[in-house]
Design a protein around this ligand. Structure first.
Ligand code: UN1
Length: 506
């Protein structure tokens, strides 16, 4: 379409090229398998992208290693300056990059722009960080000795990203990793290759301008074979994976078995708990955004809603009215709030989940179907759904599995303790949210008897975290995962005493 062409050409992606090269390591290449980029709203094939052959893959990994050997000698604040320039380059293209996210992934425009903004924000964070990545000096028990803990670059970092944040997930890894002095190999989701090509082109230009190797930000689009090569490579000491629990388990084990390190960002199954004293004016729209934003395809999406029995009817009534107003359709159009699911397969997963709910006797308050009127029939549009399952038992599959779609399950409780127990009872622990104005509830919620998720919000929904709030708890320490620590005991004295007073004299 002309619209797609306009977006692609303003990001220097050739329009109408038979096939685009999908590998970058300082040079563009790619003559392996073909990936199709399909617009989820229209079904239009946006581009065909050529992934790496095994030789090209091997070559790209080699280039990344060389790039690391160079980057590790560049002082950290200089790496920060590089990130500042990348930040500026991304920011200059923010809106059109956001539009590309919308075109290829399907989320609405303001959310597409929002995730590019997250990349910009994390670059800012990393610029400051580049002057603050400090080690420690430890008191030695021996005279004239000092122990230093020195953070050094770790090597080449493999970054395997998910479809739902095709730009931001790379950003969160890349910015911290480059500040730490590492080269990166990015394998994006096979269904969002254009986003990764556009971002790589922008970064590559800045690297080139600074006389740095392009393979500081290597891109290898592709499928399982590429992922496996990265996971198994002994030249990649750290693998950061964002995606499904099932794949995460395989990645974690494989990296562990070669004694590599991994960072895993997997699923969520996030609950909002509404107390009777909550400000309903704020709580209802927050649940609405949490459940329907990104068409329910954030790992932080609200999937479970626990309502205090006293306010449940009123809350559900207001929420349903809001659902009825939802503007569904073309995600590039201003004012649309619900775009398509990312793939056809996801529509099937949604329909199966709804069918399971029905079979189990759940009451479907709203939604439960796909949209099939003409304007939406080419895309992967599904109705946002609110259901009240028959049981609130968190062990039931309905509650304990994550379905990546806009389905919100509702349970009623009488005591906060009960709701917290349900909140904590599922195997996933990512985000959680309590709505209350009573400080005693708040204290319970954020303390040892409270939510066991990494994100424990109060009067803030489950999704939409700022970059400063880390997934899994502590952003201050996030960068420390991207370095290797050297414990250096230095002897400045004229004697060489052994530790613990050991005497080994002859
Ligand atoms: C994800 O869904 O994979 O908190 C990450 C949020 C975003 C990140 C979500 N900042 O919703």
């Amino acid at each position: 379409s002309t619209r797609a062409s306009a977006i692609l050409s303003s990001l220097d992606i050739p329009v109408g090229a038979a096939e685009l090269p999908g590998v970058y390591d300082g040079q563009w290449s790619g003559s392996g398998e073909v990936l199709e980029s399909v617009c989820p709203a229209t079904g239009e094939v946006l581009a065909r992208v050529r992934s790496a052959t095994p030789d090209e893959l091997h070559e790209a990994l080699g280039k990344s290693k060389e790039a690391y050997l160079h980057l590790r000698t560049v002082p950290a604040p200089k790496r920060g300056e590089l990130l500042r320039q990348i930040r500026e380059a991304l920011s200059a293209k923010r809106d059109v990059l956001g539009a590309l996210v919308t075109l290829e992934m399907g989320k609405i425009k303001t959310e597409g722009i929002g995730e590019v903004q997250e990349f910009v924000d994390i670059c800012d964070y990393a610029v400051g960080l580049s002057r603050m990545m400090n080690g420690r000096v430890v008191a030695s028990e021996r005279p004239g000795h000092t122990i230093l803990e020195v953070p050094n670059p770790i090597g080449v970092v493999g970054v395997l990203t998910a479809f739902n944040f095709p730009v931001a997930v790379y950003g969160w890894n890349f910015a911290l990793s480059v500040a730490a002095g590492n080269a990166n190999v990015w394998k994006p989701s096979p269904s969002t290759p254009l986003c990764s090509i556009a971002i790589t082109k922008i970064i590559a230009r800045v690297l080139e301008k600074n006389g740095l190797p392009g393979a500081v930000s290597t891109l290898i689009t592709g499928g399982k074979n590429v992922g496996e090569a990265i996971v198994e490579s002994r030249d990649i000491p750290l693998v950061s994976f964002t995606g499904s629990e099932a794949v995460g388990r395989v990645v974690g084990k494989a990296v562990q078995s070669r004694f590599g390190k991994s960072i895993l960002e997997l699923g969520g199954n996030n609950a909002s708990i509404i107390m009777p004293d909550a400000d309903m004016q704020l709580a209802v729209p927050a649940v609405f955004f949490g459940a329907i934003g990104t068409a329910g395809q954030r790992c932080t999406s609200t999937r479970r809603l626990y309502l205090h029995r006293a306010i449940a009817p009123k809350f559900l009534d207001t929420l349903q009215k809001l659902y009825a107003t939802i503007n569904v359709g073309d995600p590039l159009v201003d004012g649309t709030l619900l775009g398509p699911l990312h793939t056809r397969a996801a529509v099937g997963i949604y329909s199966d989940a709804v069918q399971r709910l029905r079979q189990s006797g759940a009451e479907i308050l709203t939604g439960g179907k796909t949209y099939d009127h003409a304007a939406l029939s080419q895309g992967n549009f599904v109705q946002p759904t609110i259901s009240v399952p028959k049981t609130a038992d968190p062990a039931d599959k309905i509650w304990s599995t994550e379905t990546f779609a806009p389905i919100l399950n509702v349970g009623l409780f009488d005591e906060l303790e009960q709701a917290i127990e349900w909140n904590n009872a599922v195997p996933q622990g990512l985000s959680s949210s309590l709505w209350t104005r009573d400080i005693r509830n708040l204290g319970k919620w954020i303390g040892p008897e409270g939510s066991d998720a990494g994100i424990v919000n109060v009067n803030v929904g489950t999704s939409g975290a700022e970059i400063g709030a880390a997934f899994g708890g502590n952003k201050v320490y996030a960068w420390k995962q991207y370095v290797r620590w050297s414990a250096c005991t230095v002897n400045f004295s004229d004697a060489a005493p052994l530790a613990q007073g050991v005497d080994f004299s002859t």
